[in-house]
Design a protein around this ligand. Structure first.
Ligand SMILES: Cc1cc2nc3c(=O)[nH]c(=O)nc-3n(C[C@H](O)[C@H](O)[C@H](O)COP(=O)(O)O)c2cc1C
Length: 204
């Protein structure tokens, strides 16, 4: 018989929050992310926050790209530079927080994705095609947008991340957005999105 407290520790789910809120303390998107995290049951979830900018993540260019190709060719998947991919692959819940920029999101989020798309860690390839290898059961995208997009084809951030969820093998995807943040008083759309985020967090 496993004592209840030990069982609770064993059962803790690992949440990986990738914080791409460039304006940091001034960011409304970060407030949305805080509402989501604060509503998670601390007895069931452990949250790790990753700030790709603070980590100094770099785009795949020049010798940085070449070095990666050589490591992959040698099968050195345990190299430290692939730690972000391993971290993503092992998370139970993946949460992105990023503002809506230029119809999608800030470049640092794409740089993060470049660094975590590693064959043999977050996805695999065989004669049938590509298969995601991530453990998470859900990806959540939290964002705030200056204007209102609804289902507009101009909105490319959530569409792209939903596709990435499928690529990584993550079966469920949710986007919670505060639209119209720069059209008037942002308090109302932000409060509505925070309520949705809290409801989603409590439902997990
Ligand atoms: C560089 C930049 C690009 C932006 N691009 C868009 C855009 O394409 N469409 C839009 O509706 N709002 C755009 N905005 C406005 C932001 O989406 C909006 O202010 C958002 O709430 C910012 O989130 P934050 O407070 O977390 O930084 C942009 C803002 C910045 C700074």
């Amino acid at each position: 018989m496993i004592p209840r407290r030990i069982w609770e520790v064993i059962a803790l789910k690992e949440v990986l929050l990738i914080d791409c809120c460039i304006r940091r303390e001034s960011s409304r998107t970060r407030r949305l992310a805080q509402a989501f995290v604060n509503a998670l049951d601390p007895a069931r979830f452990h949250v790790t926050v990753l700030d790709p900018e603070a980590e100094g993540l770099r785009p795949l260019t020049g010798v940085f790209f070449q070095a990666r190709e050589e490591l992959l060719a040698r099968g050195e998947l345990d190299h430290p530079r692939f730690r972000y991919a391993r971290q993503l692959a092992q998370a139970d819940l993946v949460v992105f927080a990023a503002p809506f920029w230029d119809l999608s999101f800030p470049a640092i989020l794409k740089i993060y994705i470049e660094n975590v798309c590693v064959e043999g860690i977050t996805f695999a390839c065989d004669e049938e095609g590509l298969h995601g290898s991530c453990k998470a059961s859900r990806m959540v995208f939290l964002t705030t947008r200056g204007a209102v997009y609804g289902g507009s084809p101009l909105e490319q951030g959530s569409r792209y991340l939903e596709a990435m969820a499928r690529f990584f093998g993550i079966p469920a995807y949710s986007c919670i957005a505060a639209d119209g943040m720069d059209l008037g008083d942002p308090a109302s759309p932000l409060a509505g999105a925070c309520e949705q985020a809290e409801a989603l967090a409590r439902s997990l």
